[in-house]
Design a protein around this ligand. Structure first.
Ligand code: GRF
Length: 220
């Protein structure tokens, strides 16, 4: 099977892009990152792409044609590079019909909460303020909503009494860097089937009761 031809969209520092590039380089993700597209000209993600020898493309969201024009230009660049699936790695825009229509069922996003709790922005602070005992991150297929698509994989992170927004975000980010490449590998292997809102994973043993987490932990 040839590697999954991946395009990555990012708007910022690109640590999840780096995790993807590293997983590919380590042979843990059977994909080739064909292009990185940013909507911010000085996004560090572009520099990470250049360092990895991957085409680093800025597409100006303020160009002609509004959102549809912008997405059309991105789709054209992704197609030029042979992209067949798209990873949103800190891409700070909601996908519109042009992008969604170009890669139906082939766009995945990483979000730093346990969806459907806390979609949108400032979600680590929202988890803290709400008093959640666990947060985490979610990889999901992208639909027209904000962080609403079918869930592929999640990693659970306990919230500590001592947590600040920054410390919780950092702990979640470490799990993002694990779970995003894992989810993309399942996509690359063709193991994911969407059934309504659920994503079924072929050929993997199911999680068991012993995978349940308690916070606070049960006493000795
Ligand atoms: C991550 O927390 C990701 O979950 C969210 O945006 C952040 C991007 O971080 N969608 P980075 O640019 O990958 O470092």
């Amino acid at each position: 099977m040839s590697p999954l031809a991946l395009g990555v969209l990012a708007s910022g520092r690109g640590s999840n892009l780096q995790a993807i590039l590293d997983a590919v380089a380590a042979g843990k993700l059977d994909a080739a990152v064909r292009a990185v597209v940013c909507d911010v000209p000085d996004a560090f993600a572009l520099e990470r792409a250049r360092r990895a020898g991957v085409p680093a493309l800025f597409v100006d969201p303020k160009g002609p044609g509004g959102k549809a024009g912008f997405e059309g230009r991105m789709v054209a660049r992704l197609r030029e590079h042979g992209v067949e699936a798209v990873a949103l790695a800190g891409y700070m825009r909601v996908c519109g019909p042009v992008l969604l229509g170009a890669f139906p069922g082939r766009i995945v996003n990483i979000h730093p909460s346990l969806l459907p709790a806390f979609p949108g922005l400032h979600v680590q602070q929202a988890a803290l303020s709400h008093g959640a005992r666990f947060s985490g991150c979610t990889v999901h297929f992208v639909d027209a909503g904000v962080d609403t698509g079918p869930i592929i994989a999640q990693a659970v992170v306990p919230v500590l009494d001592s947590d600040t927004e920054e410390s919780l975000a950092a702990r979640i980010l470490r799990q993002e860097h694990r779970v995003f490449p894992l989810a993309l590998q399942l996509l690359a292997e063709g193991r994911l089937r969407v059934a309504g809102r659920r994503v079924l994973v072929d050929g993997r043993p199911p999680a068991s009761d012993t995978d349940a987490l308690l916070n606070p932990p049960a006493g000795a």
